[in-house]
Write a protein that binds this ligand. Structure first.
Ligand SMILES: Nc1ncnc2c1ncn2[C@@H]1O[C@H](COP(=O)(O)OP(=O)(O)O)[C@@H](O)[C@H]1O
Ligand SMILES: [Mg+2]
Length: 455
C-alpha cells in the first residue's frame, strides 16, 4: 500500500482526497444526514485507492521493472533480465521482448569483444610496424612493433597530428602522396637507432569509405635490414667471383696470344707459357670446384650423407699426401688421434675439413715449422685441432677470415694456389653438422683451429 503514497501515485491520491474533501464541503450544508455523507465519500475514496493500487500492480509496476532493466542494459549490463509474474498478456510479451533483446545484445557484445581482441592481437603481433592516420592527419592507432622500431610510447602518438610526431621525413611524403594519388605508395629509408643502422620499407595504403572517398591511410613499416645485407653480400660475391676469374683468364688469353703470334717458334718460351696456361687453368678449376662445393652446401635441399666414420681409416686416406707436401716444404707434420674413435658424419665433408685446414697450415707456415693434428673425443663432441707454428693472423683480421674470398695477404694466398674459399667451406661444413669452429692465433707464433663436431 505504501507505494500509493509515493511519487507518481501520491499526486492522484491527493487529487482524489481534494475532490472528496471539496465535494464534502460543497454538499455538506444541503445534506441532513452527515454520517451517511461521510460514509459515502470515504467509500468512494477507499474504492479509488483500491483501483489505483490494482492499476499500479498490473501496469505501473511492470513498466517500472522494464525501465530498470533497460537502464541497466543501457549502462552495459547485458546480463540484466526482467522477472515479473503476471497474467497480463501485453506485459508478458513486453517482458519476453526485453529479455530476448538483452540476450541478443549480450551475444553481440561477446562477439564484438572477441573480434576486437583478435584484431588487437593481430595488430600487435604483426611483424610490421603499423600506424593508422585519419583524413585530417590525426593518428588513431599505433602498434607495438612500430613503437619497438622507432621508440616512444603509444600515448605520444595517438591523437597527435602525424607530422608533429613522426620524425622521419619519408613518412610525411608517403602520407601526402597516399592522400594525393589515392593509391599505394612505397619507399625505403635508412634509420639510425643509436649506433644501429636499420633499413625500413614503408608502404602507405589509402582507406576508402563507402562513397569511395579517402578517409585515412595505413602505414606499414617492414624491417628490410637483413634483405639489404643479403643483397650487398650477393653483389659483393658476384663482383669477387668475376674478379677472381678475370685474373687467370687474362693470363691464359695473354699467353695463348703470345704463342699464336710466333712464341710457339721458341720451344723453351713455348714450354714456359704453356706451363703458365696450365697453372692458371688449374687455378680456375680449383676456384670453380670450391664455388660448386659452397653452393651445394648452401642449397636448401642439401642433405648430409651421414655414415659411421672410423677415424683411423679416414686419417689413413687423408694424411699421407698432405704429409708428403709438408715434408717437401721442410715441415714436420704429426698426427695424434684417439684410438678406436668412431662417430657419425658425412665422410667426404669431414675429409674436406682436414684437407683445407692442414693445407692452410702448410701454406702459411715457413720452412722448418711444425704442424700438429690432434683428434680426441669429449662427452658430446669430437674435437679436432690443427695447430701450426706459422705466420699467424692479427686479432683484427681473425673475425674476417671465414668470409668468402677474404685473405690477409692476397698475393701470398694466390701464389700458394688458394682460392680464399677454404675456410668459408670448412665453416659451412661444420655448421651443417651442427658443430662449432674456433680459431686462435698469434702473429709470428702460429695458429690453432678447433673444430667440434657432435658425436
Ligand atoms: N693457418 C693459418 N695461418 C695463417 N693464416 C691463415 C691460416 N689459415 C688461414 N689463414 C688466413 O686466412 C685466409 C683465408 O683462408 P682460406 O679461406 O683457406 O683461403 P686461402 O687459403 O685460399 O687464401 C688466408 O688467405 C690466410 O690469410
Ligand atoms: Mg686455404
Amino acid at each position: 500500500m505504501k507505494e500509493l503514497f509515493q511519487a507518481p501515485l501520491l499526486k492522484y491520491v491527493l487529487i482524489a482526497l481534494g475532490i472528496v474533501v471539496f465535494t464534502g464541503v460543497g454538499v455538506f450544508p444541503f445534506i441532513e444526514n452527515k454520517v451517511i455523507l461521510i460514509i459515502i465519500l470515504l467509500t468512494y475514496f477507499v474504492a479509488f485507492l483500491l483501483f489505483l493500487r490494482s492499476f499500479y500492480a498490473l501496469y505501473l509496476l511492470p513498466l517500472k521493472k522494464a525501465t530498470t532493466t533497460i537502464t541497466k542494459m543501457e549502462q552495459g549490463n547485458y546480463r540484466a533480465r526482467m522477472h515479473f509474474s503476471t497474467n497480463n498478456e501485453i506485459i508478458e510479451q513486453l517482458m519476453y521482448k526485453i529479455n530476448s533483446l538483452a540476450r541478443h545484445l549480450s551475444e553481440l557484445s561477446i562477439q564484438e569483444k572477441m573480434h576486437s581482441e583478435q584484431l588487437f592481437t593481430l595488430i600487435n603481433n604483426s611483424s610490421s610496424g603499423l600506424i593508422l592516420i585519419d583524413e585530417k592527419g590525426y593518428i588513431h592507432l599505433v602498434n607495438q612493433q612500430f613503437l619497438d622500431m622507432f621508440g616512444g610510447r603509444e600515448k605520444e602518438y595517438k591523437g597527435q597530428i602525424y607530422h608533429n610526431v613522426l620524425r622521419e621525413e619519408k613518412f610525411h611524403r608517403i602520407v601526402q602522396q597516399v592522400f594525393l594519388y589515392e593509391k599505394n605508395i612505397k619507399d625505403e629509408f635508412l634509420y639510425y637507432s643509436g649506433i644501429h643502422k636499420r633499413y625500413y620499407e614503408v608502404v602507405g595504403t589509402p582507406i576508402f569509405n563507402k562513397k569511395n572517398r579517402v578517409k585515412g591511410a595505413v602505414l606499414a613499416t617492414y624491417d628490410i635490414t637483413e634483405l639489404k645485407r643479403l643483397e650487398v653480400m650477393r653483389k659483393d660475391f658476384v663482383a669477387n667471383v668475376s674478379h677472381e676469374l678475370r685474373t687467370p683468364i687474362t693470363s691464359i688469353t695473354g699467353f695463348a696470344e703470345t704463342l699464336l703470334d710466333g712464341g710457339i717458334e721458341d720451344p723453351d718460351a713455348a714450354k714456359e707459357f704453356l706451363s703458365i696456361i696450365h697453372k692458371e687453368s688449374k687455378r680456375m678449376q680449383l676456384l670453380i670446384e670450391d664455388l660448386l662445393t659452397l653452393s651445394k652446401l648452401e642449397d636448401e635441399n642439401f642433405q648430409l650423407v651421414l655414415n659411421k666414420i672410423t677415424l683411423s681409416d679416414l686419417l689413413q686416406e687423408v694424411i699421407p699426401p698432405l704429409k708428403i707436401r709438408a715434408e717437401k716444404k721442410g715441415l714436420a707434420l704429426t698426427v695424434q688421434a684417439e684410438e678406436d674413435l668412431n662417430f657419425k658424419a658425412d665422410q667426404e665433408r669431414i675429409k674436406q675439413i682436414f684437407i683445407n685446414l692442414i693445407d692452410n697450415a702448410i701454406h702459411y707456415t715457413p720452412d722448418g715449422g711444425k704442424i700438429d693434428v690432434e683428434v680426441f673425443s669429449t662427452s658430446k663432441y669430437v674435437h679436432l685441432k690443427v695447430s701450426d707454428t706459422g705466420i699467424g693472423i692479427t686479432e683484427k683480421e681473425l673475425p674476417r677470415i671465414f668470409e668468402r674470398f677474404y685473405r690477409v695477404d692476397r698475393a701470398r694466398s694466390r701464389n700458394t694456389g688458394g682460392t680464399g674459399l677454404g675456410l668459408a667451406i670448412v665453416k659451412h661444413i661444420v655448421e651443417v653438422h651442427k658443430g662449432n669452429i674456433d680459431i686462435e692465433s698469434e702473429v709470428g707464433k702460429g695458429t690453432t683451429v678447433h673444430v667440434y663436431l657432435p658425436k
